[in-house]
Design a protein around this ligand. Structure first.
Ligand code: KG4
Ligand code: ZN
Length: 330
């Protein structure tokens, strides 16, 4: 049984051997956060408390299992919102203790990476690009269970910027899916900046792009001009995707791998998926592209169960003193 409650989804899943999903119940809080334009931590914690027992009940019912069928309990213990994480951690610890099951602490980002494991096994060495509402990271994975961040955002995460630019175009949280759709109906007419493309590292920066976008919209508003939302979205998406693809190419050149894994909420982006695929086909024809299934890109507990299996085999268990770690790194 696995738990995920790091942000605005309460989720419980039953996963067999790290790759077969028996159930994956996700109670989303998005409607509650929409009116605030983003996730309100206190509201998130309260919803997790309300929903967690129903999620446990439904996940077990859907999978057709009893507590005696379980081998272990896994939980996201960071990174994320501390109050939100604590609900999942407490629920997982309680079930592990009551039923004498090993407790497996899982890093949320490892979960996003292992969402791809439901397509096929990961082959090492691998590289993962994790792009979500809170993270933008390039992770080198020389062996199973080893994760090394080689590049990350210096400021905003890609998903966070999607949500922000969507908001100024009047799109409600989370704006990523709608901006992605609009982008396919427009053209890159604004040519927004591509930050840090020439920097000698694998880091990203999206705050300059965000400011350029906001300035363009505010300026147009001041002079009474209406900008085409499809072109704005297409221009924004082209800038994000260009930088992500460019830095991934650079990282792959320096760290040749057998697979490139794509995970995280923004991994559902169709522009990003197709451009990464084209880049691999052209520059790294021997590197396989392993994408998380679109329906497992957003936060869910099945991906935590997928990653947990690796730690289960290595017997990396935690005790009842496991705590939430909001700033957890690999
Ligand atoms: O991984 P996730 O569910 O939560 C975090 O761990 O942060 O990611 C949520 C983020 C949101 O910012 C949302 O707007 C973005 O993923 N997102 C997308 C798309 N679908 C979701 N961004 C761009 N294109 C999409 N199709
Ligand atoms: Zn996430």
């Amino acid at each position: 049984m696995s738990f995920e409650s790091s942000c605005d989804e309460t989720s419980v899943a039953i996963v067999e051997n790290g790759h077969k999903i028996l159930s994956n119940v996700v109670a989303t809080q998005i409607p509650s956060h929409k009116r605030f334009g983003g996730v309100v931590p206190e509201v998130a914690s309260r919803h997790h408390i309300e929903m967690i027992t129903y999620c446990i009940r439904d996940a077990m019912k859907e999978a057709g299992v009893n507590y005696s069928d379980l081998d272990a309990v896994a939980v996201t213990y960071g990174p994320g919102l501390v109050g939100a994480l604590l609900i999942g951690v407490t629920a997982a610890k309680t079930i592990a203790w009551a039923h004498h099951l090993p407790l497996i602490p899982v890093n949320h980002l490892a979960g996003h990476i292992y969402a791809a494991r439901f397509i096929k096994p990961i082959v090492f060495p691998a590289m993962a690009l994790v792009v979500s509402g809170g993270h933008t990271e390039l992770v080198s994975m020389p062996k199973e269970g080893q994760f090394e961040i080689i590049g990350e955002t210096r400021d905003d995460a890609a998903g966070e910027v999607y949500d922000k630019v969507g908001r100024v175009m009047g799109i409600t949280y989370p704006a990523g899916p709608d901006v992605d759709k609009l982008a396919h109906e427009g053209h890159d007419t604004f040519h927004f900046p591509r930050a840090m493309e020439k920097a000698p590292n694998y880091d990203f920066s999206f705050s300059g792009l965000k400011s350029a976008f906001l300035n363009t919209v505010h300026h147009a508003h001041q002079v009474g001009k209406t900008l085409n939302k499809a072109d704005l979205s297409a221009s924004f998406q082209a800038a994000v995707v260009d930088v992500l693809v460019h830095k991934t190419r650079k990282a792959l050149k320096a760290h040749p791998v057998k697979q490139l894994i794509l995970g995280g909420g923004v991994a559902a982006n169709l522009g990003l998926r197709s451009h990464l695929k084209a880049m691999l086909a052209k520059d790294f024809p021997h590197t396989e592209f392993l994408k998380a299934p679109r329906k497992l890109c957003g936060d869910n507990a099945a991906m935590i169960g997928g990653a947990a299996y690796v730690f289960y085999k290595e017997k990396k268990f935690a005790g009842a003193d496991l705590n939430a770690d909001p700033g957890l790194e690999f």
